[in-house]
Write a protein that binds this ligand. Structure first.
Ligand code: HEM
Length: 145
């Protein structure tokens, strides 16, 4: 009897453990986003400081490269959509990512022109696009991140 209880516990913990792992598994898109996140956090702290413009342009390049790469990857949420809606879902995601890229280019232009106030304002808009993009295309399970 005791051994059965032990076996049952073992089976349950294995099943639960695997489930937890699956939920935490990072996607390729997720890893591009993580890199974008690191650069964006640093950028927001220094965007108003003209003495850091050179480094800000480097951070913007990372964000741009990661957003370009993200454009070629489908959000994990696609799989939760009915087959008939998946194409539209991905097209809408790509259109929003292109708008995001255009905004990144606008920040680059403002920094290059030495307009740091303008760059800071546009940077805030990138943050708004991040929030909207995550609300629409990121699986609810991932929202804790
Ligand atoms: C400053 C802009 C952005 C930053 C810093 C950012 C950052 C992040 C981070 C840290 C994650 C979690 C990664 C993980 O789970 O490992 C994530 C996930 C995600 N983000 Fe962004 N993001 C930004 C903009 C956007 C935009 C504009 C979109 C859509 C147009 C978007 C779509 C997604 C999606 C779909 C995921 C889930 C990953 C997947 O489905 O595989 N993000 N993002």
């Amino acid at each position: 009897m005791k051994i059965r209880v032990l076996l049952l516990t073992l089976v349950c913990s294995l099943a639960f453990g695997t489930g937890a792992y699956a939920a935490d598994k990072e996607t390729e898109l997720g890893s591009k986003m993580e890199k974008m996140g690191g650069a964006f956090r640093a950028l927001r702290r220094q965007i108003s400081d003209a003495s850091k413009n050179e480094d800000s342009l480097a951070k913007l390049k990372t964000i741009r490269d990661m957003a370009e790469a993200s454009l070629k990857l489908d959000p994990a949420m696609k799989a939760d959509k009915p087959a008939g809606e998946q194409k539209k879902f991905v097209e809408s995601y790509q259109a929003d990512m292109k708008k995001f890229l255009a905004k990144v280019d606008a920040v680059v232009a403002a920094v290059k022109a030495g307009k740091n106030d303008e760059a800071a304002k546009l940077c805030g808009e990138l943050g708004d696009m991040q929030k909207a993009g995550h609300k629409q295309y990121k699986k609810p399970d991932d929202k804790k991140k």
